[in-house]
Design a binder for this molecule. Structure first.
Ligand code: APR
Ligand code: ZN
Ligand code: ZN
Length: 361
């Protein structure tokens, strides 16, 4: 059997997305059909529609989603019809060297659903990040579904599928922020704001938010930043040093993805401190640092991939904290929109007041 559903498709490079009817097959072995309830709009979706990822148009966009499993294919035991799940874009293999080391976020053998969703004329769709969740239903590998408490709001839960998990994970997993640490976060968009929330969950004593936009700094304060620095008005490195007794922060999280802000992060950390790069740079960006400073300052320079998360461990735990009122995921949902408003959300993306627009179905 197949299912005809409405979905957001990017047909060609730079062209506005369109709402189309697509055909979704029933799940095959190891696959799950998920009825989508909510899906956040991420920069990566826009990147796909601009042709910045690859040219495999048409794309079925959307990858920060939560929904209800409608049916599962042969051999699927971890999830069942009726389960409320958060989707992730990496079904890990469990067998490669990274998985065997217990670092499955580096798995180099991830797999998505094998069958293809298509347009009505049979043209194969490329689901963005292997998810394709700006659709009433989507087909994924069962390993991309993590069951969580169904009383959570779908709009909030879906955010853990990408940007918010990346930020929280940059603090709690990659940065290994500990009780009493001082943490600085450079760039307070959706990802940086989530890193601030993560630093708080981990028990940081000082959480310094740095941005060039005062509206982002206001949101950062609401999410638990103890200090804010507008780096247009004052020097970020000096300000962070001053706020940490002159020595720099234990952990600095870079959530912009630019050489200038990475340099700030590098110099704003304490000797032996940690820098976590979670912002995504573009291919032409280069970093110039005196090698002697890299040598002399010690510490560790890390990058965080999808928050180095383990969905089966992190998603249910964070949803529990959300339901207990200890993690304000709702604060990340700036607006809820309909499926046909994704293009408008792209336009609003770079306005200072949007952390996340979320499509609710
Ligand atoms: N210094 C400090 N903050 C800056 C600077 C700068 N030089 N330039 C931009 N910013 C701030 C912006 O004001 C904004 O608040 O960085 C933030 C970026 O936020 P978003 O554009 O909302 O992006 P976000 O979704 O948070 O993602 C951040 O991670 O996933 C990647 O591709 C994504 O590289 C991006 C980064
Ligand atoms: Zn994303
Ligand atoms: Zn693997």
């Amino acid at each position: 059997m197949t299912h005809q559903v409405r979905a957001v498709v990017a047909r060609g490079k730079g062209a506005p997305v369109s709402l189309e009817t697509i055909i979704v097959p029933d799940p095959g072995p190891g696959e799950a059909l998920v009825k989508i309830e909510a899906c956040g709009v991420c920069h990566t979706d826009l990147h796909y529609r601009e042709g910045g990822i690859n040219d495999d148009f048409p794309f079925l966009l959307g990858h920060e989603a939560a929904g209800i499993v409608e049916s599962v294919g042969e051999g699927v035991t971890d999830v069942a019809p009726g389960d409320f799940v958060i989707l992730n874009w990496r079904a890990v293999c469990g067998q490669c060297r990274a998985c065997l080391r217990g670092e499955s976020w580096y798995c180099f053998n991830t797999h998505n659903a094998k069958q293809k969703m298509t347009l009505l004329d049979g043209t194969e769709l490329s689901p963005a990040l292997g998810v394709g969740a700006f659709a009433e239903k989507t087909l994924v590998a069962a390993g991309q579904c993590t069951k969580v408490d169904p009383t959570a709001s779908a709009a909030a839960a879906g955010l853990l599928g990408c940007g918010v998990m990346a930020g929280i994970g940059a603090a709690i997993n990659t940065g290994n922020v500990g009780r009493g640490d001082s943490v600085a976060v450079i760039g307070c968009g959706g990802v940086g704001a989530a890193a601030i929330a993560g630093a708080n969950l981990a028990g940081a004593a000082k959480v310094i938010a740095v941005d060039i936009d005062d509206r982002k700094l206001e949101t950062a304060s609401k999410l638990g930043a103890t200090h804010t620095v507008n780096s247009k008005e004052s020097d970020a490195v000096e300000a962070i040093r001053e706020l940490t007794g002159g020595h720099g922060a234990d952990v600095v999280i870079e959530a912009v993805g630019r050489p200038e802000t990475y340099q700030q992060a590098f110099y704003a950390r304490d000797l032996a401190g940690t820098v976590v790069l979670v912002g995504v740079p573009t291919p032409e960006m280069k970093l110039e640092l005196p090698l002697l400073d890299v040598f002399g300052r010690g510490g560790s320079l890390k990058s965080s991939w999808y928050g180095d998360c383990l969905p089966s461990r992190d998603f249910p735990m964070l949803i529990d904290l959300y339901l207990q009122g200890r993690l304000d995921l709702d604060a990340f949902v700036t607006e809820t929109i309909a499926l046909d408003e994704v293009e408008k959300a792209f336009e609003r993306m770079h306005h200072g007041d949007v952390l996340r627009s979320v499509v609710v179905l």
